[in-house]
Write a protein that binds this ligand. Sequence first.
Ligand SMILES: *[C@@H]1O[C@H](CO)[C@@H](O)[C@H](O)[C@H]1NC(C)=O
Ligand SMILES: *[C@@H]1O[C@H](CO)[C@@H](O)[C@H](O)[C@H]1NC(C)=O
Ligand SMILES: *[C@@H]1O[C@H](CO)[C@@H](O)[C@H](O)[C@H]1NC(C)=O
Ligand SMILES: [Ca+2]
Ligand SMILES: [Ca+2]
Length: 353
Amino acid sequence: MGKLVVLTLLGAGLALIGERFVKLRQRTNAFREVEPVEPHNCHLIEGVENGSEDIDILPSGLAFISSGLKYPGMPSFAPDEPGQIFMMDLNEQNPRVQALAISDGFDKASFNPHGISTFIDKDHTVYLYVVNHPHMESTVEVFKFEEQQRSLVHLKTIEHELLKSVNDIVVLGPEQFYATRDHYFTNFLSLLEVIMELHWTYVLFYSPSKVNVVARGFISANGITISPDKKYIYVADVADKNIHVMKIHANWDLTRLKVVQLDTLVDNLTVDPDTGDVLAGCHPNAMKLILYNPEDPPGSEVLRIQNVLSEKPRISTEYANNGSVLQASTVASVYKRKLLIGTIYHKALYCEL
Ligand SMILES: *[C@@H]1O[C@H](CO)[C@@H](O)[C@H](O)[C@H]1NC(C)=O
Ligand SMILES: *[C@@H]1O[C@H](CO)[C@@H](O)[C@H](O)[C@H]1NC(C)=O
Ligand SMILES: *[C@@H]1O[C@H](CO)[C@@H](O)[C@H](O)[C@H]1NC(C)=O
Ligand SMILES: [Ca+2]
Ligand SMILES: [Ca+2]
């Protein structure tokens, strides 16, 4: 009798593992191949080779690019080099990148930049907020941008017990931001969250006087951005392959209005300032992303979502590549029909639309 129970439990256990494994293959789009879509005028950006995880463009056309992310479970082509912030002026005929100098007094050796967000104060000062993972911790670094010197002056490091496993932020005001947490566990158990589809990650509101969770129920909350009218927040759940549209209340709480389901793993989100369309940097096949094989590399995909607030948002493919040109896209940002596409650990692409 005892043996029968053990065998039954073993069988049930194996069935569960098998079911979870099949689910994980589906969830990561392990079988998906990419059909190429490319605007006419695209070229790789010289000088960006080791990632361009996040991109934020100022209304003036100056683009900030976060580069050199080292992230648990992801390959890095430059594991021993600190991360950098690049700048590109999209008003130039042939824009080139330039690494921004960072002021002394900041630990540049452990700089590991992830999501970024810019904020322009009433006096026109530009601040760059950077999610940083020094020694795999999570902090938010506040820099002042000096346009003449092309440099970043470090002002402050923000840390908080709820600011763990931070992926991206969107700045709302001086020292006020929403941040996404992409994992609940900070150790090997984080793999379990995706396998078991635990919806345990969240969006956090941070201000010096108040810090609280404003939205829950994501398997892995990733990119976050705000609508041009500042009324809505868009949050990408990379593991659930969807985008959550949320309304912002006066007290900064969020209410979920809708979820736009996609067949790709959405990483970062930006908004086209001219149209209000949401641009999503996506991973078509996450298995290839994690089990990196240079012979069969992960591809890239950028989706444009028009009328995201309407009943039937229109979804089109702005760019898609099987990895022969661009691998592991995370973000796409547009300025006056110029498109920049960033990646976790690979290059960056510039296109004219
Ligand atoms: C990328 O990383 C490699 C290896 O560390 C390094 O040799 C190269 O200079 C880096 N390239 C850039 C553009 O940072
Ligand atoms: C883009 O996605 C990557 C990978 O998850 C993340 O590290 C980065 O912060 C994201 N960038 C933006 C612009 O949200
Ligand atoms: C990717 O596409 C290119 C051209 O479309 C093709 O030559 C190449 O074999 C493809 N690579 C893979 C890994 O499928
Ligand atoms: Ca961002
Ligand atoms: Ca992200």
